[in-house]
Design a protein around this ligand. Structure first.
Ligand SMILES: C[S@@+](CC[C@H](N)C(=O)[O-])C[C@H]1O[C@@H](n2cnc3c(N)ncnc32)[C@H](O)[C@@H]1O
Length: 443
């Protein structure tokens, strides 16, 4: 029904909206899954128009068993009074692991706990210099009437306490006496307050378990995000109606990444993800890297420019900006239409065949040399000229002219060859015919 590759979107009148949506999303999601590490995770923000479709498609591509959760993010803080039915105040963030961690397995995604807040930490003090460290106190009564747990407690200053009406002490008298002996009960600095139980910081879980409802006062809302953008781009209106606040993406990163991980955002928009990565790195000394992909014209002027500006304004870090060239269609070489330049094809075949980085400065077009991989010197006999392509073959003369062997084999791309296997072996040549055999060497 739809083609399983990027860019090939089938569009005809018989297709339903749902079919078209599938054609667009399926290849993208499959590719994103391919790009994930085995212990990686994907967060997708989506609104109510599409979340049901996305869940179903994600179940197919990632497997229902790898579904983690569906977070609700409160994107607006006040009701939209002109809403026809309901004021739409939330979005969803759907989370799938490439492979959910199961006990006993060596790989798979597990979430991080969230860092404890300053407020939470400030509750822990040590007014009695307890050698066990900081503690906070908690109520020692419970809401129930258990006659045997309603007993008098005498404070060090001599005051007698009972639980308030309708409540009992939370522990038996025997446990209470033990707790006092172990210095786990606190009657206030003057020893005359209602008793409370000491909870030591060292016994408290290091982080916070994330919940599935993310409120705007915790992670920001759309309006915050717009204000953030306005601050970065005071001179212009940015074309985004629903940017994400940096704090929202930072929450995602805190839950999903370790300090050296790579974060990919394939729908980068205003570049919030890079901003959040740099901010979190600055806060926790991390070295996370980001890759942003944006297809619109504003990729340089907004997406990348935001990152340049926040780096300059103190977040530090660096990045490189690349624009994709025209796609190289192998069929076009055959048909002779839109033939790529030598350099473009060199880059493509070198990378596709070797899987290694192409270094433009190594190119020597005159000698058909396009670079060397760990195992091969790579040559390309090509010109963007049909006549040349029809009449060019790897011959004995050309094989000899490749130069002295330097311990590596040769990989030669050419339209055809007039050499048999013996000669190829003698000159250590692996031959790859253009345009179909460029995949031959990979792996
Ligand atoms: C809703 S915006 C993302 C907003 C972003 N989270 C922010 O905070 O600004 C989605 C972006 O994805 C881009 N986009 C859509 N399809 C794309 C594709 N196939 N490849 C790259 N970018 C794409 C759009 O141009 C748009 O800028």
């Amino acid at each position: 029904m739809f083609k399983d590759w990027l860019g090939k979107i089938v569009d005809n009148e018989d297709m339903t909206r749902h079919d078209k949506w599938l054609c667009m999303m399926t290849p993208r999601l499959k590719l994103l899954r391919e790009l994930l590490r085995d212990d990686g995770v994907i967060f997708i923000s989506i609104d109510d128009n599409e979340q049901h479709r996305l869940r179903q498609l994600m179940d197919e591509i990632f497997g229902q068993e790898n579904f983690i959760t569906n977070i609700i993010w409160q994107k607006k803080f006040s009701p939209q009074n002109d809403a026809k039915y309901f004021s739409d105040n939330h979005d969803f963030i759907i989370v799938y692991a490439k492979h959910k961690y199961q006990t006993g397995e060596t790989t798979g995604w597990t979430r991080n706990l969230l860092p404890r807040t300053k407020n939470m930490e400030q509750r822990f003090k040590n007014p009695d210099n307890d050698p066990r460290g900081k503690w906070s106190s908690s109520d020692m009564t419970v809401k129930r009437v258990t006659p045997k747990d309603i007993y008098p407690i005498k404070s060090p200053s001599g005051k007698t306490f009972y639980p308030p009406k309708g409540r009992s002490w939370s522990i038996s008298q025997k446990s209470f006496l033990k707790a006092v002996k172990e210095n786990n009960v606190w009657f206030g600095t003057k020893g005359s307050n209602m008793p409370r139980y000491k909870r030591f910081r060292t016994n408290v879980q290091e982080g916070i378990v994330p919940v599935t409802v993310w409120l705007h006062n915790d992670v920001g809302h759309n309006q915050n995000a717009k204000q953030e953008l306005k601050k970065i781009f005071p001179e212009s209106e940015t074309p985004f109606s629903t940017p994400k606040p940096t704090s929202l993406i930072k929450r995602v990163l805190e839950l999903s990444t370790n300090k050296d991980d790579i974060v990919l955002d394939s729908f980068a928009g205003s570049g919030t993800t890079a901003h959040a990565v740099l901010q979190l790195n600055k806060e926790d000394g991390g070295n996370r890297k980001f890759i942003l992909v944006e297809m619109e014209d504003y990729a340089d002027k907004i997406t990348a420019e935001r990152v340049r500006r926040v780096i300059k304004k103190g977040l530090g870090g660096s990045f490189s900006y690349f624009e994709l060239g025209d796609p190289i269609e192998m069929e076009s070489i055959l048909s002779g239409k839109n033939l790529p330049s030598f350099k473009e094809l060199a880059r493509y075949v070198f990378y596709t065949a070797t899987g290694e980085e192409f270094d433009e400065s190594e190119l020597d077009e005159k000698h058909q040399f396009i670079g060397q991989s760990k195992t091969h010197e790579v040559f390309l006999f090509y010109k963007p000229d049909l006549e040349y392509l029809r009449n060019t073959a790897l011959t004995l003369d050309k094989a000899k002219a490749l130069g002295k062997l330097n311990g590596k084999k040769r990989l030669v791309f050419a339209p055809t060859k007039y050499l048999d296997q013996n000669y190829l072996d003698q000159y250590q040549i692996d031959f790859a015919q253009l345009p179909f055999e460029i995949y031959k060497m990979k792996g």
